[in-house]
Write a protein that binds this ligand. Structure first.
Ligand code: AMP
Length: 218
C-alpha cells in the first residue's frame, strides 16, 4: 500500500499517521521529520534545508524530491509506505507518480483529514503547553488541576505564540493554497478519500480503517 496523508494543522493528522503506519506495518515517512533529523545531525542535506525550514518556507524541489524518492526507495518501503508532508505541490506529485510508474506501482489512496476552520481554531486556541516539560493541556477539555501550573512538573503552563487566532488563520490559508492543487491532482486519478477529522482520535481512526479496508478488499 502506497499511502499519502493530508490534513490541516490541528486536525490530528500527525497522531493518525503514526497509528496508520503501525496498523498497516509500513514506515511513516515524514519529509518534515527527515529534514529535522538531517539538521540535527548536521548533514549536507540538513545544512541546505536549514534556512528554508527555519523560515517556514518550502525547501526547493530539487532537494526535497531527491530526498523523498531516496527514502521510499529503501528496502523497508518495498511493501508500502505512508507519506506525510509530501507531495506539497503538483511538480512533486508528478515526479512521485513517474518514479512509482517506473517501478510498476502507483498511489493506492490519499487520505485527506478534513475539519472546518472554526473547529480547528477553537482546538488550537484552547491548547496550552508546559514551558518546562512540554506536557499539553486544553483549557476547556483537559485543564491542569491548578490554573497555569503543570500537573506533571509544576512548571508554567502557557499558550504557544503560534497558537493565536491570527497565526492559525494564516497557517490554514497557506495550507489550503498549497494543498488544493495537489488534492485536485489525486481527485482526478480517483484515489482521493476525504475523512472527517471531527470527534476524538479513536473515531477518526475508525473512519480511516474503514476506508483502508475497502482498498484491501478491492
Ligand atoms: P512539516 O513538518 O511537514 O510541517 O515540514 C516542516 C518543514 O519542512 C516545512 O515548513 C518545509 O520547510 C519543509 N518541508 C517538508 N516537506 C516539504 C515538501 N514536501 N516540500 C518542501 N518543503 C518541505
Amino acid at each position: 500500500m502506497q499511502l499519502l496523508i493530508f490534513g490541516p494543522p490541528g486536525a490530528g493528522k500527525g497522531t493518525q499517521a503514526v497509528r496508520i503506519a503501525q496498523a498497516m506495518e509500513i514506515p511513516h515517512v515524514s519529509t518534515g521529520d527527515l529534514f529535522r533529523a538531517n539538521m540535527r545531525d548536521g548533514t549536507e542535506l540538513g545544512k541546505k534545508a536549514q534556512e528554508y525550514v527555519t523560515g517556514g518556507e518550502l525547501v526547493p524541489n530539487e532537494i526535497v524530491i531527491a530526498m523523498a524518492l531516496d527514502r521510499i526507495g529503501q528496502a523497508d518501503c518495498q511493501k508500502g509506505f505512508l507519506l506525510d508532508g509530501f507531495p506539497r505541490d503538483v511538480e512533486q506529485a508528478e515526479q512521485l507518480e513517474k518514479w512509482l510508474l517506473e517501478r510498476g506501482k502507483n498511489i493506492t489512496a490519499v487520505l485527506s483529514v478534513e475539519l472546518d476552520d472554526e473547529t480547528i481554531i477553537q482546538r488550537i486556541i484552547s491548547r496550552r503547553v508546559c514551558r518546562s516539560c512540554g506536557a499539553t493541556y486544553n483549557v476547556s477539555a483537559q485543564p491542569p488541576k491548578v490554573e497555569n501550573v503543570c500537573d506533571q512538573c509544576g512548571g508554567p503552563v502557557v499558550q504557544r505564540p503560534d497558537d493565536q487566532r491570527e497565526v492559525i488563520e494564516n497557517r490554514l490559508s497557506v495550507y489550503k493554497k498549497q494543498t488544493a492543487p495537489v488534492e485536485e491532482f489525486y481527485r482526478k486519478r480517483g484515489v482521493l478519500k476525504t475523512i472527517s477529522g471531527d470527534g476524538d482520535m479513536d473515531s477518526v481512526f475508525g473512519r480511516i480503517q474503514e476506508v483502508l479496508s475497502d482498498f484491501e478488499r478491492s
